[in-house]
Design a protein around this ligand. Structure first.
Ligand code: HEC
Length: 64
């Protein structure tokens, strides 16, 4: 679930959105862990549904 909240007494709006692995991701992030994927980075051994990361943005309300 995304989290959207005002911080600092309304001076800052923050949004955090979790990202989960789907089947599509496992060709590069799945098993076997450690072998290189097509982009040359090691696979993480993840499974579909696991938390992969999050996008976090902060917007100051006085920005023009
Ligand atoms: C074609 C290969 C490929 C596919 C498909 C892929 N990724 Fe990635 N992903 C990468 C590479 C390469 C990196 C950078 C790895 C590193 O820095 O170690 C990365 C990094 C990430 C990161 C940042 C991890 C970190 O610790 O900084 C996340 C989160 C992520 N991927 C999620 C996903 C999700 C979710 C999907 C599916 C919707 C996906 N990826 C599909 C190759 C892929």
């Amino acid at each position: 679930m995304p989290i959207v909240e005002w911080l600092d007494g309304g001076k800052l709006l923050r949004a955090v959105v979790p990202i989960y692995y789907s089947e599509d991701c496992l060709v590069c992030h799945g098993n076997p862990k450690g072998i290189l994927d097509m982009s040359g980075y090691p696979r993480e051994g993840a499974q579909a549904g696991e938390l992969a990361g999050a996008i976090s943005i902060q917007i100051p309300s006085d920005h023009r």
